[in-house]
Write a protein of this length. Sequence first.
Length: 218
Amino acid sequence: MAVIHDVIPAFELFQPTSVDDALALQSRHGAKAWVLAGGLFAAFLGPQLVILTKDLMPPYLFAASYLGQAATAVCAILALSLVRARGYVARPGPGRARALSEIARQPRFIVAATCGVASYSLMNLMMTAAPLAMVDCGHSVGNVAIGLTGMGNRPLRASGVEQALRGKGAHDDDLRTAAERAAEGTDPPQDLNGSPDYRRHLAQVLTRRALEDVTAHH
């Protein structure tokens, strides 16, 4: 459980060893802990929303998914507009207030904005445009290339999965068997996010889910 302090991105990480410890932490920190819990819920809700709605507007694959995501964003905006933070009072800082145009001309702002635009564009290409192009061009799972991060000191290709998929169709047994090879040749680190064995298992599960999502239109 992580707890946010003040308005800066600082937090404490607690690892309760029992249900009682977890409930005590939840009771002590309350809404602060729910902030991060909401982010974890969104990570689950987003993919499930796409999976459940992608075929609702035939023949336009994923059209309903985009509308569903937009509707979810609007609901989130409306909900957040009703939230009032307690315990924080806006106070004028030292010196004069700067115009947005002046802030935008700062080198550090330009670098941050450029990195944000580039990374978001790359994410959109890898997670949205590439799968859609694959579906539209009629490629099969045998044409996929799978990359893994957090499984070593650099990003890795899941070569074992790719080899297992060559010449195979979109059958559940084939996808499951191929996904079991996702952890081959990896050396995941041990950190607060999980043990190496947990990361290997997670790589297999997420690879299987990704392959099932790609082939779900068949």
